[in-house]
Design a protein around this ligand. Structure first.
Ligand code: MG
Ligand code: MG
Length: 250
């Protein structure tokens, strides 16, 4: 069942989203060659706690971090570790969730570390574009397939691989609620209604679609070892368009 969010739930969720956006603002500032993913996790943890929120990921199905930190060919679910440091030319995807007054915000962004290659820049630009193409379709009266198709069209135009095993999801009281949202067209005619909140999150690859899960049972990487990017916002559908919940409040 897909929950419609009440006015009060939306208010709390917007606050959770603001906290997530604060974390990303800081990530953008501090990510530089030599920083470890554990340091990034500690920074995120501090910000979330200081805002009187709970790091949603910590302990989720046993996950040991507040952020997922996934470098280069890693797609999602990388575990923060003090020995894992980024270097010039890498990209790092940071996914973070915050629960504020019982409501969740969920957002991911892929950051370049120093200068990255033109190919990798194109990957980042395309994945971000596909996110916003999907967001533009998130409005009451559309169907889920409108979002999926918009994401897919951008990926196909740029000949990027689309990760198939993971996708977007309803979000609110829980991080993962109904519905599941595919990042490619599947013919899902589920109607989007005002008050639905969905985390839209394309994961695109410079190479093939396929991914593999590491022995740690978390880290997902591309099968061909080529870089992958991940951009995500929590978005609320309204009668006249949508509201991106995971951005800074004025
Ligand atoms: Mg996320
Ligand atoms: Mg998500």
């Amino acid at each position: 069942m897909i929950n419609k969010k009440s006015r009060d739930e939306i208010k709390r969720m917007r606050h959770a989203g603001h906290i997530v956006a604060l974390v990303h603002k800081k990530m953008k500032e501090v990510i530089e060659p030599g920083i470890s993913t554990k340091e990034l996790d500690d920074i995120a943890h501090k910000i979330i706690r200081a805002e009187r929120a709970i790091p949603t990921f910590l302990g989720y199905n046993g996950f040991p971090g507040c952020i997922c930190a996934s470098i280069n060919e890693q797609v999602v679910h990388g575990i923060p570790h003090e020995d894992v440091k980024v270097k010039e030319g890498d990209i790092i995807s940071v996914d973070v969730g915050a629960t504020y007054a019982g409501m969740v915000g969920d957002s991911a962004w892929t950051y370049p570390v120093g200068n990255v290659s033109d190919e990798v820049q194109r990957l980042l630009k395309t994945t971000e574009e596909s996110l916003f193409a999907g967001i533009a379709q998130m409005k009451a009266g559309n169907v889920l397939d409108d979002i999926s198709s918009a994401i897919e069209a951008v990926a196909v135009r740029e000949k990027m691989g689309i990760v198939r095993q993971y996708g977007g999801h309803g979000v609110g009281h829980e991080m993962h609620e109904d519905p599941f949202l595919f990042n490619y067209r599947v013919g899902d005619k589920t109607l989007i209604k005002s008050g639905y909140a969905i985390a839209i999150e394309p994961m695109l690859n410079l190479g093939c679609d396929e991914v593999v899960v590491a022995d740690d049972e978390w880290t997902v990487s591309t099968k061909d070892g080529k870089p992958s990017a991940h951009f995500e916002h929590t978005v609320l559908a309204t009668d006249d368009g949508n509201i991106i919940m995971t951005q800074l409040m004025e």
